[in-house]
Ligand binder design. Structure first.
Ligand code: HEC
Length: 409
């Protein structure tokens, strides 16, 4: 009874946290994209133009809501600090706070079983939670160190180093975590660094120059420049982080054998795409280049997926076909290898004893496996909701393939 109550409460909390998390993230990322867009489209007064307004950095007109927003970016005069002045930070903090709560209420509960791949490690509980939290904090410290150091003056080197270290972290987590958790953990690390950028750099620098303005000193653009670099990093992180956060919906990727290189292709391609979108005013072939990037990235991922992973696993042709079906039919989205939170872990299921609702015990022979797939509502495994869809449309041959695959687990 207590366990049921507890799982019901964590279930409800994850609904609330997840929804607020998504809302806040949309607001934050929407802002990030709009502000960068405004920055790029700002009409900057040329040197030959007679400068009537010394403090004008640029202007922009935008049509929306039945009128024109006439926007000016300007240097602030200490005696003319605008009131009210809007700050942007809570979208980011809310996203991070609900994200951490969501991690705790859905992934750190039940001994962090949802993160672990039991075939890779016997670790669970605090060891795994410590790794996940340590990854978030550790990645922020390392990233911050790189971009505070003199490496910052060599952006290409600093970007490559940061990228390499992200992949190294993903490789490390792949030694313990299941595929979906590796994607998520990488996203959580990058997302944490984004929020920390807002808190430790962007807002802090803004506070510094606002404080000196309030003390009557002129507007120091140095602080704004520092804040802007971190804003730009956040901007380029948005696409990869969104993708990683949604990766639970992409089981064909998260269940892949070569998860780390796939992750690398995705992060690189999405950052490049954002860069190409931003270069549209200076680079004529930006759209063709985006299509080219999509084409190359999907091609590389397809190659990574297709390569000989099945032979590595030593599966028969029938089981290998079943493995493909397991992913393409969506089974892998619920039945995650090494995890049993959403649906039973199917590893070692063949010929094992299953306990069904009503404490009925059955042997998981071929017939049981077939009927579990075709008519799952006939026998519900104890401790789970009757949430599995019926796969009545599968042909006998396809069922045979799936069963062959389940037997190989
Ligand atoms: C929407 C989530 C979901 C999807 C998709 C799904 N399942 Fe399930 N599956 C479950 C749940 C939940 C259970 C446990 C409840 C039950 O017995 O119906 C289950 C039970 C099973 C069982 C019995 C497990 C046991 O421990 O006795 C088998 C076998 C199985 N699924 C195979 C599959 C296969 C194969 C596919 C794809 C063709 C698939 N499932 C797709 C959620 C899912």
């Amino acid at each position: 009874m207590e366990a049921v109550m507890e799982s019901e409460i964590t279930g409800w909390l994850s609904v609330v946290f997840r929804f607020v998390h998504v809302l806040a993230a949309i607001m934050w990322i929407g802002n990030s994209i709009l502000f960068t867009w405004m920055e790029l489209n700002l009409i900057i007064p040329g040197p030959d133009q007679e400068k009537v307004d010394e403090d004008l950095l640029g202007h922009l007109d935008m049509l929306h809501g039945g009128g024109v927003f006439h926007l000016e970016k300007r240097v602030i005069k200490p005696d003319r600090i605008p009131v009210p002045l809007h700050w942007f930070m809570w979208q980011s903090y809310t996203t991070w706070i609900t994200g951490v709560l969501l991690m705790a209420s859905t992934f750190y509960v039940h001994g962090a079983a949802a993160l672990v791949d039991a075939t890779k490690t016997s670790l669970s509980g605090w060891g795994i939670i410590g790794m996940s939290v340590g990854g978030m904090i550790g990645w922020w410290l390392i990233y911050d160190l790189i971009w505070k150091s003199r490496l910052k003056e060599h952006p290409r080197l600093a970007v490559s180093l940061s990228f390499g270290l992200v992949l190294l972290a993903a490789y490390f987590f792949n030694q313990y975590f299941n595929g979906r958790a590796v994607f998520l953990q990488t996203g959580v690390m990058l997302g944490t660094a984004m929020s920390a950028n807002v808190y430790f750099h962007i807002i802090r620098n803004q506070k510094k120059f606002m404080a000196s303005l309030a003390a009557g000193l002129p507007h120091d653009m140095k602080y704004g420049k520092q804040a802007k670099l971190r804003s730009l990093h956040n901007h380029y992180m948005t696409f990869p982080v969104l993708f990683l956060m949604l990766s639970g919906h992409f089981p064909q990727l998260t269940s892949a054998a070569r998860i780390v290189p796939i992750l690398g292709v995705i992060i690189f391609a999405l950052m490049l795409m954002k860069y190409l979108m931003n270069s549209r005013y200076s680079f004529k072939h930006w759209l063709a280049a985006i299509f080219g990037t999509v084409f190359l990235a999907t091609g590389s991922i397809a190659a990574l997926l297709a390569a000989p992973a099945d032979t590595v696993l030593g599966l028969s042709d029938e089981a290998a076909a079943g493995r493909k079906l397991f992913v393409s039919q969506g089974c892998a989205a619920c039945h995650q290898m090494g995890a049993a939170q959403i649906a039973p872990n199917l590893q070692g299921i063949h010929q094992s004893t299953q306990v069904l609702v009503g404490d009925i015990r059955v042997k998981a022979d071929d017939a049981y496996l077939r009927s579990s797939i075709k008519q799952p509502q006939l026998q519900i495994v104890k401790g789970y909701a009757a949430a599995m869809p019926a796969y009545a449309h599968l042909t006998d041959a396809e069922l045979d393939q799936l069963v062959a695959y389940l037997k190989s687990l």
